[in-house]
Design a protein. Structure first.
Ligand code: BG6
Length: 475
């Protein structure tokens, strides 16, 4: 039996340094914004309010990212398990503050570079192709304190130096790169994305502009080192629906979708600001500080492929009658979709929405697509022998992969990679919890940091192994 997934399709899993490495202050690493982000269900609210210290305060908060799941020390064992599942790629990030502890140091920290070199070599030894995100919610904290985060143009040059350092060091070993994780969360002014507090819309779009320029500079460096290197952008995509056929709802959905789903991709794939964004800036009184040559740079150094995370869809209505029924936990503030069920964290589960995402993105851009995150955050309950029956996760992934397959065979989408999020349990970004688990591998650790950190295969481990072995045929 065969299907439409291309030969050499990159099946794998995705992670981020700050959510799994731990070792937050070891071997010269500086603090990042993740290191001072308190854990707990209120994390996003707290980060949005800006009412938390830019210092570690153990008397008030817990910091689950400090220890992560100790991948820093256990990476060999973990990579061996990824290899056992047959991973073709492993998406990881490099923590900028392991390389430049303060973000603006004169020289890179060799211990940080050596650590990542070891991880990369270990992956290659197992024939796993690394995919590296340069910045995944872990801007060095010092850049917030000294410069106020990404609205400051100074960060462009600092990022360029960091990108140059890691690209020069690893370009012979790593082909696939992503610049900024979920860059479009900056549209809403996410602290993780822009490293700014108390930001205005003007700040948010200036921060995004600076990141677009930084991303193009990284692409330029990569291609000058080796034109074969593949540099992608990465944004979160939420397929958007109008609640009903009321044209007002359809227009509202359209406006929301283009600013959230497409604005950043339009700039990074097409190389220019779309006219709807320029009009939006005018209406909002946003004036971007664009230096000479920057627009040419954006045009000259667009990305080679587009990657996106997909967890849920969002439903839009401007009708006040529908507003009472808001969808819990959904980032996009939409209304509840009566046709969809939600995860325990209120994220609406929508496999068909993934096929729509693939169709929409491919029709608009025509570049190869990489699904860099997808998955179900759920509470797993091991039995006394640490057997974990996560059939619900298998169902979720099976349905999403089946829709991917349709996008490839029926719709003709060029999809080349799929890396489900948190292939090994790790610290949640939105809540700092361990109990919001995504992995094929269970890590014995609770929300307060208690546990052996031993690793156990869940039921989904063997299932995914089979999916990879059959190139997505055996679901
Ligand atoms: C994405 C992020 O938004 O979603 C990851 O890139 C994050 O860092 C993932 O972990 C899942 O979100 P959460 O909040 O469930 O960890």
């Amino acid at each position: 039996m065969s299907n439409g997934f291309k030969e050499g399709f990159l099946w794998g899993g995705a992670t981020a340094a700050n959510q799994l490495e731990g070792a937050y202050n070891i071997d010269g690493k500086g603090l990042t914004i993740a290191d001072i982000s308190p854990g707990g269900k209120q994390r996003m609210k707290l980060l949005a309010s800006g009412e938390f210290p830019l210092e570690i305060d153990h008397s008030k908060y817990i910091y689950p990212n400090h220890d992560g799941i100790d991948f820093y020390h256990l990476y060999k064992e973990d990579i061996a398990m990824f290899a056992e599942m047959g991973f073709k790629t492993f998406r990881m990030s490099i923590s900028w503050a392991r390389i430049f502890p303060n973000g603006n140091d004169a020289e890179p920290n060799e211990a940080g570079l050596a650590y990542y070199e070891n991880v990369i070599d270990e992956l290659l030894r197992h024939h796993i192709e690394p995919t590296i995100t340069m910045s995944h919610y872990e801007t060095p904290l010092n850049l917030v304190k000294e410069y106020g985060g990404w609205k400051n143009r100074k960060l462009i040059g600092l990022f360029e130096k960091y990108a140059q350092t890691i690209l020069e060091r690893f370009h012979t070993k790593v082909k696939y790169w992503m610049t900024f994780n979920e860059i479009n969360t900056g549209v809403f002014g996410s602290f993780f994305s822009t490293a700014m507090r108390g930001a205005t819309p003007q700040d948010n779009f200036q921060a995004l502009h600076n990141q677009f320029v930084a991303s193009s500079l990284a692409t330029k460096i990569a291609h000058e080192l080796n034109p074969e290197l593949q540099v992608g952008c990465m944004s979160i995509y939420a397929t958007m629906y109008a609640y009903d056929s009321d044209p007002k709802n359809i227009m509202a959905m359209e406006e929301k979708s283009r600013m959230f789903n497409y604005f950043c991709n339009d700039v990074q794939v097409r190389g220019e600001y779309p006219t709807y964004a320029l009009q939006f800036f005018k209406q909002q009184g946003i004036k971007l500080d664009i230096a000479e040559g920057e627009l040419d740079l954006l045009k000259a150094y667009t990305v080679d492929y587009l990657s996106f995370s997909y967890y849920m869809s969002a439903t839009v209505s401007v009708n006040p009658e529908h507003q009472g029924d808001t969808s819990q936990g959904n980032f996009f503030g939409g209304v509840k979709n009566p046709f969809l069920k939600a995860s325990e964290w209120g994220w609406e589960i929508d496999p068909v929405g993934l096929r729509l995402a693939l169709c929409n993105l491919y029709a608009r851009y025509g570049v190869p697509l990489y699904i860099s995150e997808n998955g179900l955050g759920a509470i797993d309950t091991p039995d006394a022998d640490f057997n974990i029956d996560d059939s619900y996760r298998i169902d979720y992934l099976r349905q999403h992969i089946a829709e991917m397959e349709k996008a490839v065979t029926i719709d003709g989408v060029d999809l080349f990679a799929y890396t489900p999020w948190g292939c090994i349990d790790l610290v949640s970004a939105s809540t700092g919890e361990m109990s919001k688990r995504y992995g094929f591998i269970y890590v014995d650790l609770d929300d307060e940091g208690h546990g052996t950190m031993n690793r156990y295969k869940k039921k989904s481990f063997d299932w995914y192994k089979q999916v990879i072995a059959t190139n997505g045929t055996n679901l």
